[in-house]
Ligand binder design. Structure first.
Ligand code: GLN
Length: 199
């Protein structure tokens, strides 16, 4: 299995490590690679869009020619995991701030994203989450100036909420979370994604 991490900005190396650890846990032979150019997406079984600065990630993806390539791959069935800023980039719609900053959106998920949804007072925090599909054990979510989804429609399914806000969504092969699963030792979310990639 080959997982490509979009490596233009943000928490890239942490995702590389988390994906590798999750592969080991599942007994999957494979590699996680750093992707900076469209050609590097050749033959990947899944793509991860990390957290960071969504405007920067979106614009750099466009400049690198990764935007159209990732869209095409997603439409042809390649699973994608977007975390934090990655959730915003995957969404079809964004709030006023996202529109004003001309945030490039891949527009792949039936999700409306709100930037910095948890406000200034709570820029960063951790919370125990109950996430559908990850079992009974709570998952420790690390939120860093995190977005949320205000609304989902179509085939998008809410997997987790926190304080009434949607923080995990799946739509077929697309998975978006508002927090940073790569910053905790718990690899269950990456394992869940790798299982989606294995199908
Ligand atoms: N608030 C950031 C943004 O809108 C996302 C933060 C993150 O990815 N940790 O891009």
């Amino acid at each position: 299995m080959k997982i490509g991490i979009i490596g233009l900005q943000g928490a890239v190396s942490e995702h590389l490590e988390a994906a590798k650890r999750a592969m080991q846990k599942l007994g999957i032979e494979g590699e996680a690679i750093w992707v900076g150019r469209p050609a590097e997406l050749e033959g990947v079984d899944g793509i991860i869009i990390p957290g960071g600065e969504s405007t920067t990630i979106g614009k750099l993806m466009q400049m690198a020619g990764l935007f159209e390539r990732v869209k095409w791959l997603a439409k042809n069935g390649t699973p994608i995991l977007g975390t934090c800023a990655g959730l915003i980039v995957l969404a079809k719609r964004g709030d006023e701030q996202i529109v004003r900053t001309k945030q490039p959106l891949l527009g792949l998920m039936d999700v409306s994203a709100i930037r910095n949804a948890f406000g200034r007072q709570r820029e960063s925090f951790e919370a125990e989450l109950e996430i559908s599909g990850l079992g009974k054990e709570p998952f420790r979510g690390v939120f860093i100036r995190a977005p949320a989804a205000s609304e989902v429609w179509g085939d998008a399914q809410v997997l987790a909420k926190f304080q009434g806000k949607i923080v995990a969504v799946q739509q077929g092969g697309l998975l978006a979370v508002a927090f940073h699963p790569e910053l905790t030792p718990d690899t269950r979310l990456h394992e869940y994604f790798l299982r989606m990639c294995r199908r």
